[in-house]
Design a binder for this molecule. Structure first.
Ligand SMILES: [Zn+2]
Length: 90
């Protein structure tokens, strides 16, 4: 499904989910809870929260270049110029 516009590729691209980092963080938290109860009780939830944040924030990436500079719609179709990007490309 090529339904996302990549600002780097300048075209519609497909997306892929990068879930590895978040899953690894959650697994590290679980391992800490299981094997090191004293420290794991403190660090386990921290790693779990970081993993969940990574799963949500670092979700979609461009499947061509792997960049996160993607938007849901083509900027040619959407005339809403309310982006706060400060690209130095005239
Ligand atoms: Zn791209």
């Amino acid at each position: 499904m090529a339904d996302m516009y990549c600002g780097n590729c300048k075209r519609m691209v497909g997306t892929k989910k990068n879930l590895t980092g978040g899953i690894v963080c959650i697994l590290i938290g679980l391992a800490l809870l299981l094997f090191i109860p004293m420290i794991g009780l403190i660090l386990g939830p921290v790693f779990g929260l970081i993993g969940i944040v990574l799963l949500i924030a670092g979700g979609k990436r461009c499947s061509v270049c792997g960049g996160k500079n993607i938007s849901r719609v083509n900027p040619d179709a959407a005339s809403d110029s309310s982006n706060s990007n400060s690209n130095s490309s005239p």
